[in-house]
Design a protein around this ligand. Structure first.
Ligand SMILES: O=C(O)C(=O)C[C@H](O)[C@@H](O)CO
Length: 254
């Protein structure tokens, strides 16, 4: 048995845009609906959603039936969380608020078996189909993707160094946190924030790496894609349900 190729990694390393959807509802059912939408990737959010290891695993299981890469965002860069997430089959990870190249290097090491890193070794787990994927341990890095989030001015200032770290695939802007940390709470379209976002994309491209961003407004997403961002999340299950139900109910009033 062979590990499935990672379509998100293939696309963004080749400079091809790949559209994703944020899954914030911590539900295998809604993630399954999103996974069947034709989106190229989805994000299982372990930072701001009520997910635990078991609910993340349930979402990985339903997403596996579709050609849609499931990315898991962890709440932090804790190596033990990284190890547990990888063992249940999360091979594409997003780590919030990465601020330095040293931090990025430590994350890559936590994802990598020795001698390159220090990921704990377990013979059989969901990631290697319970021991059925021959050569998994030797080749695990090949299908892994690491998206590090740039979410404050320190990260923006260090973006070139972070992008240069081997094993970092994507600089992914967190527009909510970045704007908030730049004194423009929740307004990524403020001019200084836009300039910071542009500089992250340029730093990633200069290192031959991809850039990504969450852009729930279509006009923003279209602009970022035209600028060269490739890993672009264009909405969320939570937003679709909240705005859709609001609009539905409003259409029957007055
Ligand atoms: O800073 C951001 O924006 C993000 O990282 C995305 C948010 O955390 C996401 O949960 C949307 O609210």
């Amino acid at each position: 048995m062979q590990e499935r190729a990672n379509p998100l990694k293939a696309a963004v390393t080749a400079g091809r845009p790949h559209i994703g959807v944020w899954c914030s509802l911590a539900s295998a059912l809604t993630t399954e609906i999103v996974a069947g939408s034709g989106a190229g990737w989805l994000l299982i959010d372990g930072e701001h959603s009520p997910n635990d290891l078991r609910s993340i695993m349930a979402q990985l299981q339903v997403a596996a039936a579709f050609p849609c890469e499931a990315v898991v965002r962890l709440p932090s860069d804790d190596p033990n969380l990284i190890k547990q997430a990888m063992d249940i089959g999360a091979r594409s990870l997003m780590i919030p608020n990465v601020r330095t190249a040293d931090q990025a290097r430590a994350i890559v090491a936590a994802m990598t078996y020795a001698p390159g890193g220090f990921r704990g070794f377990s013979v059989g787990h969901r990631a290697n189909a319970f021991g059925r994927i021959a050569g998994y341990h030797a080749n695990a890095r090949a299908q892994q993707l690491l998206a590090v989030q740039i979410e404050d001015e320190t990260g923006v200032g260090n973006a070139a160094d972070i992008a240069a770290v081997e094993g970092v695939d994507v600089l992914f802007v967190g527009p909510g946190d970045l704007s908030t940390n730049m004194n423009a709470m929740g307004n990524p379209n403020a001019a200084p924030v836009q300039e910071a976002i542009r500089s992250v994309r340029v730093a990633a491209a200069a290192a031959g790496k991809a850039s990504g961003i969450l852009a729930p407004a279509k006009a923003d997403a279209d602009r970022y894609l035209a600028d060269g961002f490739t890993m672009v999340a264009v909405g969320s299950d939570l937003g679709l349900l909240a705005r859709g139900s609001d609009a539905l109910v409003a259409s029957f009033k007055s």
